[in-house]
Design a protein around this ligand. Structure first.
Ligand SMILES: Nc1nc2c(ncn2[C@@H]2O[C@H](COP(=O)(O)OP(=O)(O)OP(=O)(O)O)[C@@H](O)[C@H]2O)c(=O)[nH]1
Length: 321
């Protein structure tokens, strides 16, 4: 089977790009790896392809063995399907978590004797967010490592950034990954890439993280489960206020929440809450809201959400009222 590795920093648009690409390709299986234990991407991807989820850590490190087991299983199923004269998948796309280094994932696969004889790595595709990508390359050595190992870099969200910003980002990425093919996309659809603008100063300086910079702490994932008393408007306002005040510490928010209109997929990247999307009726996945960031206090966040979402009840608990 052919294998495509799809990587890119948290919220950079991997799932969106893949969903679009999978339409009309019924020979493809998807494995999606989520950093948090409460998975959301599989809810979106399962609508377009058979999807296996590996949640609760990165398949480049803590969940390496699980990844190898899942891929071995898919290879076995393929052999069984072929021997039974059934149609069999020809391609696997592995969407890594936003905290994974695709090069380490490729190494894990290449180091397994069963996988190496069953999978051929075609391409490492890495998504880079046109809005947040430049800052992420500045602040996150992982974002640099992800882009540096790509065969193809897709600058996503080109609709949400200025042409000059996309051109500068493309120039930076071209210096960082000179052998990678550069593209731009809007919601997975390829769009014209502006002429890359080379970064000022030596290319090596533009490509490397700042000298002497210490690696930032590994982010943590906190899962909150808003109770049934939490209305959608309260949740959205709470989240916007949280991101406004602490957005520098929160890299990514996503979750499945119940609302009067049905189950919604809620997402935020950096400080911006994205427009929610209705989950497919009957979709699997636990309800919950995942916040990925640094220096997060789970108990404090849960208290804050409770106080905000159910003010009447909290007020009633205050003695004397
Ligand atoms: N405006 C705009 N928004 C986009 C585009 N691509 C993705 N998004 C939004 O960006 C958010 C994150 O996109 P995802 O595709 O979930 O990103 P991801 O890289 O899979 O996220 P993680 O798996 O959490 O790392 C979602 O709210 C998307 O709707 C785009 O081209 N334009």
């Amino acid at each position: 089977m052919r294998l495509t590795l799809l990587g890119g920093f948290l919220g950079s648009g991997k799932t969106t790009w893949l969903r679009h690409r999978l339409r009309g390709h019924d020979d493809t299986l998807v494995v999606v790896n989520e950093f948090a234990g409460c998975a959301v991407d599989d809810v979106l991807l399962a609508a377009v392809a058979p999807t296996t989820v590996i949640a609760g850590g990165c398949c480049c490190c803590t969940h390496r063995d699980e990844l190898v087991a899942v891929l071995r299983d898919l290879a076995e199923q393929r052999h069984a399907g072929l021997s039974a004269g059934l149609g069999a998948a020809r391609r696997v796309v592995l969407e890594t978590s936003g905290m994974a280094d695709p090069a380490a994932v490729a190494q894990a696969i290449a180091g397994d004797p069963v996988l190496v004889s069953n999978l051929v790595l075609d391409e490492i595709v890495v998504t880079v967010d046109a809005v947040h990508g430049a800052d992420q390359l500045e602040a996150e050595p992982l974002a640099v490592a992800q882009a540096a190992c790509a065969d193809r870099i897709v600058i996503t969200k080109a609709d949400a950034a200025g042409t000059d910003d996309v051109a500068r980002l493309a120039g930076r990425l071209a210096a960082l990954a000179p052998r990678a093919r550069l593209e731009a996309a809007v919601l997975g659809e390829a769009v014209a890439l502006p002429e890359p603008v080379a970064p000022a100063g030596p290319a090596a300086a533009a490509a490397a993280p700042a000298a002497g910079a210490t690696a930032p702490a590994v982010p943590v994932a906190v899962t909150l489960t808003p109770g049934p008393e939490t209305g959608w408007p309260e949740l959205a306002v709470w989240l916007s206020a949280l991101l406004h005040h602490h957005g520098d510490r929160i890299l990514r928010v996503k979750g499945l929440v119940r609302t009067e209109a049905g189950r919604m997929v809620l997402q935020a990247v950096g400080p911006s809450v994205q427009r929610p999307e209705l989950a497919r009726p009957g979709a699997d996945g636990d309800d919950g809201l995942v916040l990925i960031g640094r220096d997060l206090d789970a108990a404090l966040l849960a208290r804050s959400l409770r106080a905000f979402a159910a003010p009447a009840r909290v007020l009633a608990e205050v003695p004397g009222r």
